[in-house]
Design a binder for this molecule. Structure first.
Ligand code: LLP
Length: 390
């Protein structure tokens, strides 16, 4: 919950906007850094979760690397000062232009998602007189027990190289002169809250690590991806994910060979809780079956509820500091011409009125970055916590 002072500042701003609590962001990053460093692990931040310049600045300063999924993300990471030696590039469909650009930036590694891609990187690296470092993204067929749209490590998913293709992959690697295999990479899904899933991942990684070793490949890096979930229900009481327990699973179950580094690619867990979407009630509509709160923010600003039926806690900031005790169930919706433009159904809130400020919490990851201009909406605005200190 935001303090009264902050809400007064919000009320002076044009809505909707993303609000970033930079102090919480910093505390989250510190906690992640402390927990990962304790086990000697390296974290590359997944830019796709949030590439807001100021947010990225904090992440870079905290000493994380960057995990990118497009040429533009690589470009952005370099521009904001991430060390190229700490940039990795994943994605099933890297274009030739993107690969050549990443090679010219001397990034640390490509997380390669198909055998065809290995050959293309080799060809482009050869033409550029470079040697590309590659990690094979392997589809481990581990169920992440999360929403099927954000599950990536099952045989039915498009990501990574299937285990039955690995024999061919190492033959190709032996032929390619301009690439060097440095490791293996996995990412099984996002918003994973059951740590047992990561234990299952470790078992697969260990098997594959041995498989490569048996064939004479000495891997330097085991990259286990991201996926750590956050508590969307308790943004105030659980604002910082339990990084310690998460990394401890890998420390216990991953069998590293001498000299091997372990890399992670966290996105959501580092940035979610420090972002909120702040909006105003435009209209309160009393329907026959339901009451609606119509906000000035919609699925164009935060797409997760419409796309994945994702839960985000919704709060009426204005009513929180009034004496009203009347509670009403509302369907909280946006102004976009789609029935899926709904942030929550039957949400119990204090009785609300036009002009009330509404916060949609835990929106720092996959919020601003997934915004669209559908219905020719305004470009997204944002407010940082340090702008509010007077
Ligand atoms: N590494 C790779 C290769 C990935 O594909 C992803 C996310 C990550 C790392 C970071 O995962 P995280 O730590 O954030 O879970 N738009 C969806 C989430 C899509 C995640 C895609 N990949 C959502 O709003 O829930």
């Amino acid at each position: 919950m935001f303090d009264a002072n902050r809400i007064t500042h919000f009320s002076e701003k044009e809505t909707p906007f993303y609000y970033y609590d930079l102090d919480l962001l910093k505390r989250t990053l510190d906690a992640a850094k402390r927990a990962s460093t304790k086990f000697g692990f390296h974290v590359h931040y997944a830019l796709k979760a949030n590439f807001n310049d100021r947010v990225l600045g904090f992440i870079r300063e905290a000493g994380f690397g960057a995990d990118c999924v497009s040429g533009n993300e690589v470009k952005k990471a370099v521009e904001v000062g991430f060390n190229p030696d700490q940039i990795v590039f994943a994605g099933v469909g890297k274009s030739d232009k993107e690969i050549s650009h990443a090679l010219s930036c001397n990034i640390f590694a490509f997380n390669v998602e198909s055998i065809q891609e290995l050959r293309i990187i080799d060809e482009l690296a050869g033409a550029a007189g470079k040697k590309g470092q590659v990690a094979l993204r392997i589809n481990p067929n581990v169920d992440a027990q999360t929403h099927h749209y954000i599950t990536t490590g099952l045989d039915e998913n498009k990501f990574g190289i299937a285990h039955w293709e690995l024999g061919e992959a190492i033959e190709v690697l032996r032929q390619c002169q301009h690439i060097e295999l440095i490791g293996i990479h996995f990412h099984i899904g996002s918003q994973i809250t059951d740590l047992n899933v990561f234990k299952s991942l470790c078992v697969k990684v260990n098997e594959l690590n041995n498989w490569f070793d048996d064939r004479g490949f000495r891997l330097r890096v085991l990259n286990v991806g991201g996926g750590l979930g956050v508590d969307y229900h308790h943004p105030d009481t659980a604002p910082i994910p339990d990084f310690q327990s998460y990394f401890a699973v890998f420390a216990e179950f991953l069998e590293r060979k001498p000299g091997q580094d372990v890399h992670f690619e966290l996105g959501r867990a580092l940035v979610s809780q420090s972002g909120s979407l702040v909006s105003r009630v435009l209209y309160v509509k009393n329907g026959i079956k339901k009451d609606f709160l119509i906000l000035d923010a919609g699925m164009t600003e935060l797409m997760r509820p419409a796309l994945y039926q994702a839960y985000h806690k919704i709060e009426n900031l204005t009513a929180a500091y009034s004496n009203s005790t009347v509670q009403v169930h509302y369907d909280v919706v946006g102004p976009i011409c789609e029935s899926s433009d709904c942030f929550g159904k039957e949400v119990l809130l204090p009785q609300s009125k036009r002009g009330d400020l509404i916060a949609i919490r835990t929106a720092g990851a996959y919020g601003e970055v997934m915004a669209s201009r559908y219905n020719l909406r305004d470009e997204i605005r944002y407010v940082y916590s340090d702008e509010l200190i007077r």
